[in-house]
Design a protein around this ligand. Structure first.
Ligand SMILES: *Cc1c(COP(=O)(O)O)cnc(C)c1O
Length: 349
C-alpha cells in the first residue's frame, strides 16, 4: 500500500542551471522574482538555492511577501517590492528593502517623507495602465529630480505587450525617457520579465526581472530547450478498488461518471484540499510510463481509472506532460505550482 502523501519534488540543479543560463544569455544581472511563495515552489526552499546560485537580488509583489523573506533573516540580500508598501517606514527600518514609485503623487510623498532614494525605483508607463509615470509628466519629474538633486536606485517599466516589436518600442521609449530625465540619476535599469528576456529586447537595461523561467516553465510559444523544468508532482497509488464493489467513487455515483470500459479505480492522496482543484477531473496522469485518466477529485483524495498493469504503491505523476495537461486545463503556466498549497510537502532533490 502506498502510504506516502503526494509531494512536489524541486530539482535544485535545474534551478541553478536556469538562473545561470538566464544570467549568461541576457548578459545582465538577474533580479529573481519570487512572488506568490516563489510561484508555489516555497520561499524557504527556493531562496537558499538561488543564493547558492549567486543571486542576491529578489523581487516580490506585496509587502507581506517582503516581510516573510525579511523574517527568514538571510544576510546580504536585497528585496524589491513591486506594489507600494502600506507602511513606508519599513524602508527606514530595513535598508535592504526597496520599492517602486508608481506615480507622481508617490514621488512627491517620498520627497515629503525624505525617504532614501537609493531604495526607490521610478516606474515608467507606456501603455494605458497608468501604473507608473507617463509622458506628459516627464517634464515635471525632471524638474523635481533636478531641483531636489535626486538619485534613484533604479528606473523600470513592465511590458504590457507581448509582441517583440511592441516590446522593442517600449524599451526604446524607456531609454529615451531616462536620458531626458538624466541617465546618471538611475543606478540600474530593468524592464524584462522572462518572456522579454528570452526574446532579448532589453537594450540599455542593466538587470532582468525573471521568475517563471528560473523555475523552469516558459510560455508554450517561447520554448527554449536551455530552460529546464524544476518541479514534479508525484506520489503512490494508495489503494485499488473494483467497481463491482462500489456504487460510488468518492461522493459521485458511478452511473454519473464517464467510466467507459474501465472497472477499476486507484485512489491517490491528493485533492482540492491540496489546491488540486476539481478542474483537474478528466486530465491524464502518468503511471509506469502509461497515461491514465483522473475521474474524480475530492478534498483529500482523487481517483484514477486504471487497468491491470497498475499496482498499489506504483508512482503516479501529475502534470508530467505539461502541454497535454494544459490543453485540457487551459491554465496559464504560472498557475500550476502557484495553486498547489502548503499541505503538499516540497522536497528538494
Ligand atoms: C511577475 C513579474 C515579473 C516576472 O515575470 P515572469 O514572467 O515570471 O518572469 C517581472 N516584473 C514584474 C513587475 C512582475 O510583476
Amino acid at each position: 500500500m502506498g502510504r506516502d502523501s503526494f509531494k512536489i519534488y524541486i530539482n535544485k540543479n535545474n534551478i541553478i542551471h536556469n538562473f545561470n543560463y538566464i544570467k549568461i544569455a541576457s548578459n545582465k544581472e538577474v533580479i529573481t522574482v519570487v512572488k506568490a511563495n516563489a510561484y508555489g515552489h516555497g520561499l524557504i526552499e527556493i531562496i537558499p538555492i538561488l543564493i547558492e546560485a549567486g543571486c542576491r537580488y529578489f523581487a516580490v509583489a506585496r509587502e507581506s511577501e517582503a516581510m516573510e523573506i525579511l523574517n527568514l533573516n538571510f544576510s546580504n540580500i536585497k528585496i524589491l517590492v513591486f506594489e507600494t508598501l502600506e507602511d513606508l517606514s519599513l524602508l527606514n527600518r530595513h535598508k535592504n528593502l526597496e520599492m517602486i514609485i508608481n506615480s507622481l503623487d508617490e514621488f512627491q510623498e517620498a520627497l515629503d517623507l525624505k525617504l532614501d532614494f537609493n531604495q526607490l525605483h521610478l516606474k515608467f508607463d507606456f501603455g494605458f495602465a497608468r501604473n507608473g509615470i507617463y509622458d506628459s509628466q516627464f517634464e515635471e519629474i525632471k524638474n523635481l529630480v533636478t531641483s531636489n538633486n535626486i538619485f534613484f536606485k533604479g528606473a523600470m517599466t513592465h511590458f504590457f505587450a507581448s509582441s517583440p516589436t511592441e516590446m522593442l518600442q517600449i524599451q526604446k521609449n524607456l531609454i529615451e525617457a531616462i536620458n531626458y530625465i538624466g541617465k546618471n540619476r538611475f543606478k540600474i535599469i530593468h524592464s524584462q520579465n522572462s518572456a522579454a528576456t528570452l526574446l532579448n529586447v532589453g537594450e540599455g537595461s542593466t538587470h532582468v526581472r525573471c521568475g517563471i523561467s528560473v523555475l523552469g516553465m516558459v510560455d508554450i510559444g517561447l520554448i527554449d530547450n536551455n530552460i529546464k523544468r524544476s518541479w514534479s508532482l508525484s506520489g503512490p497509488v494508495y489503494n485499488i478498488k473494483n467497481f463491482d464493489h462500489l456504487d460510488f467513487i468518492g461522493y459521485e455515483r458511478i452511473d454519473d461518471l464517464n467510466v467507459g470500459n474501465f472497472s477499476k479505480v486507484a485512489k491517490i492522496k491528493l485533492g482540492y484540499g491540496d489546491g488540486f482543484s476539481k478542474i483537474n477531473t478528466n486530465i491524464c496522469c502518468n503511471i509506469n510510463g502509461k497515461t491514465y485518466q483522473i475521474i474524480h477529485v475530492s478534498m483529500d483524495t482523487s481517483f484514477i481509472l486504471i487497468d491491470d498493469f497498475v499496482k498499489e504503491g506504483d508512482i503516479v505523476e501529475i502534470y508530467k506532460n505539461f502541454e497535454e495537461s494544459n490543453k485540457h486545463l487551459n491554465m496559464a503556466h504560472y498557475e500550476y505550482t502557484t495553486l498547489l498549497n502548503k499541505r503538499i510537502p516540497r522536497i528538494i532533490v
